[in-house]
Design a protein around this ligand. Sequence first.
Ligand SMILES: [Cu+2]
Length: 71
Amino acid sequence: MQSTSLRVDGMHCGGCVAGLTRALQALPGVAAVQVSLAEARADVTHDPARCDLGKLLDAVAAAGYDGKPWN
Ligand SMILES: [Cu+2]
């Protein structure tokens, strides 16, 4: 498992947090998701062989938010 942190802009409320959490958790290979509205951050634990950074960012974009690697 690998831990990846994303900067996610465009979240405004708890509904956004819940929606983004669901979208990321739905990806094959994702084991755990922690989304922080205050930090505009998503921490994802995932199997890098099944779910890479590109797939995480695609899911963020598909959910309607603007994501990029945290660092
Ligand atoms: Cu919202």
